[in-house]
Design a protein around this ligand. Structure first.
Ligand SMILES: Cc1ncc(COP(=O)(O)O)c(C=O)c1O
Length: 357
């Protein structure tokens, strides 16, 4: 039986809420009133076939690519599903990082992939290690899948490591899918999309996590033009025609992206400073220090994470994501970038709960 559900998504949609919600992964919502838009700029129906031309051009400009390489999709979620469904057949061998975002795993299982996991080990600070890929790759490998920034750790993969993984993929005729939904949270010297490293790279991303624009569902895939065309054709079976009002709003958002990103950056950076202080004083948890990103993965030194998170929720009104969703049962993930006051209070509450572990 193929997998037809995501345990993480069920948990996130039904269990993650709390007054001090640190179970987030993206920045806080950007309000519509702060976008320079009037009602006469919106319309219900529009000319969207294989993309809406103004949106295709705006995404292509942001990414420094030709519009023929852009496949618009409903969030990174649909971008991932569409990209993987185009690239693999049931039974194909896929190498997937461990730990990773649970939806990548469950979607690959749904698609019938034969999944092998390459480690991004805690000991190495969750770094992308091409040697691990080399150890597992075979002539049957069709796809290598990873996140950059890495979810859950927010670690940035080096360009040289990505290139090495790309070379390994090329050597067996495979592709590398890089989910870059968090990459723009590298606020200084933001790397270019890894699509620029070579045609073996396929990139997925969106305006959700780093920009607070999740409701627009403005996501996309970057792929070489023949592959992009194949993805558009498969998309006819999935989503066919997108919602036009969000295409219009997405074009406006892309025109104002720097402003939208800077607003969130201040919150993310204040939260990260708070997290650093917290980690420096805590012996009961440890985490690799990262410079970027909106999530951090923390190891609980002793005791059961599930018991700890239940108590954190009921006694301290604070939520965090159980590490079991990443195959890390001794860990939990927290999110930054929503509201610094709430984040710092949530950390305090985690600190108080840790005293009783
Ligand atoms: C790595 C990763 N990819 C994709 C998504 C989903 O992104 P979107 O909201 O754009 O569909 C998430 C959400 O948490 C994520 O962590």
């Amino acid at each position: 039986m193929r997998q037809r559900h995501s345990d993480y998504m069920l948990w996130a949609k039904t269990q993650s809420r709390a007054n001090f919600n640190l179970a987030t992964s993206g920045v806080g919502s950007f309000p519509l009133r702060d976008l320079p838009v009037t009602i006469d700029q919106l319309e219900i129906n529009g000319d969207s076939t294989y993309g809406y031309a103004p949106l295709q051009h705006a995404i292509a400009k942001k990414c420094g690519v030709d519009p023929d390489c852009v496949v618009a999709a409903t969030g990174t979620s649909m971008a991932n599903h569409l990209a993987m469904a185009t690239l693999i057949d049931p039974g194909d061998e896929v190498l997937l990082e461990q730990p990773t975002y649970e939806l990548l795993t469950s979607t690959l299982f749904y698609l019938g992939a034969s999944v092998k996991r390459f480690a991004r080990s805690e000991e190495s600070g969750y770094a992308l290690d091409p040697a691990e890929v080399r150890r597992l790759i075979t002539p049957r490998t069709k796809l290598i899948v990873l996140t950059n920034l890495h979810n859950p750790s927010s670690v940035l993969a080096s360009e040289s490591a990505l290139r090495e993984v790309g070379d390994l993929a090329l050597s067996v005729g495979a592709h590398v899918l890089v989910d870059e939904v968090y990459l723009d949270a590298v606020y200084t010297d933001t790397p270019e999309p890894s699509y620029h490293l070579g045609p073996e790279f396929v990139v997925t991303t969106s305006l959700t996590k780093v920009y607070g624009l999740s409701g627009l569902r403005c996501g996309w895939i970057l792929a070489e033009p023949d592959l992009a065309r194949a993805m558009w054709r498969l998309n006819d079976l999935f989503a066919s025609i997108p919602a036009h009002p969000t295409e219009l709003l997405s074009v406006l958002a892309l025109e104002n992206l720097d402003y939208i990103r800077e607003r969130a950056r201040k919150i993310v950076e204040a939260d990260r400073a708070g997290l650093r202080e917290f980690l420096a004083t805590q012996k009961a948890v440890s985490s690799p220090r990262t410079e970027f990103g909106t999530t951090a993965i923390l190891r609980l030194a002793r005791g059961s994470v599930e018991d700890f998170l239940t108590r954190l929720h009921t006694d301290f009104e604070t939520s965090a994501v159980p590490g079991r969703f990443f195959g890390l049962p001794n860990h939990f993930r927290i999110g930054m970038g929503v509201d610094t006051e709430m984040f710092l209070e949530g950390l305090q509450r985690i600190g108080r709960a840790l005293k009783t572990v």
